[in-house]
Design a protein around this ligand. Sequence first.
Ligand code: NAP
Length: 335
Amino acid sequence: MQWRTERIIFSQLFQSSMVSVHVPSLTFSNGYKMPVIGLGTWKSKPGDVQRAVVDAIDAGYRHLDCAYMYGNESEVGEGVKLKVQEGVVQREDLFITSKLWNTFHRPDLVVSACKKSLSLLGLEYVDLYLMHWPFAFKEDGDLIPTDADGNIVLSDVDYLATWREMETCVHLGLTHSIGLSNFNSQQIERLLVSAEVKPANLQIECNPYLTQKKLINFCQSRGIEVTAYSPMGSPDSPYLKAGMPRLLEDPGLHQVAHRVGKSVGQVVLRYLVQQGISAVPKSVTKSRIQENINIFDFELSDADTSYIDSFNQNLRICHRDHARGHKFYPFNVEF
Ligand SMILES: NC(=O)c1ccc[n+]([C@@H]2O[C@H](COP(=O)([O-])OP(=O)(O)OC[C@H]3O[C@@H](n4cnc5c(N)ncnc54)[C@H](OP(=O)(O)O)[C@@H]3O)[C@@H](O)[C@H]2O)c1
């Protein structure tokens, strides 16, 4: 059985006005704890996302996954403010992540970018600040800067220089922990050599079609906790092309879901957290938001887990192809 109970050190009964859910947490190497299910917010429109945050907190979520790039941090912050004002949660009960976008990698821009996200979210600190990608874009203009031909304009700032200022964000108390997203094992290894503050977390695309076994093992052996993004296969992604298989329609997953009496989404999330990683499913639909956190009353057997392992196709949806030519593009190596 792959349910790595030794990694789920901390658990807590989260009380809310609506339901009680027993959500385990992972403990970072620095002692901070991250609930294993969080609400994703990419593509959640301003107008939808505040309600989604409110519904999520009511359903027992205490982990919110945000980013400057998503363009909705102020609405996420409004949802948080509402639930704090209502007394449903206190700020300290929540684990909130934001991410440094690629146009702010130049060292003099990092701290101010973090402060900008804090101001949008209406927070004094975030729990986790991630470098969204290892490669940088031309600084300080459009979030996706393009030239006259429509090609992305890259920048050669080294992520090691960016990391030093991520460390400054910790020293200034702007974030409890810092981490990485979309880095490969070689890039993480290179960063670990000089990092004064170790990355607590790596956030990567991960689901039964992209199981990431080697990268997960690599991180766990180095004390870096892993978070799965696009756990549902990102069916609303602008990068999902016609003809690509749809994870939530997979007949094998439907078979398992039918047998265990859960939805396909719940089976996928259970499969991920049983590997000792966290997941941040996005939804703006109240029933799905509730469904996605109600995965702690069943276990997948070893046989089911191995069966789902066999669905891996190394199918990456969020590949950011436009940066493929960058020296720090992460997906040109095996893991
Ligand atoms: N670090 C990075 O570079 C990066 C990249 C991508 C994503 N992320 C993070 O990861 C989060 C999740 O990834 P994602 O947004 O790409 O995709 P996802 O969570 O895999 O899928 C979201 C889609 O699945 C639907 N859905 C959610 N729960 C469902 C369920 N139980 N049954 C059926 N459909 C369900 C949602 O619909 P409704 O919303 O309509 O309910 C939405 O269309 C993001 O929102 C973001 O926070 C990070």
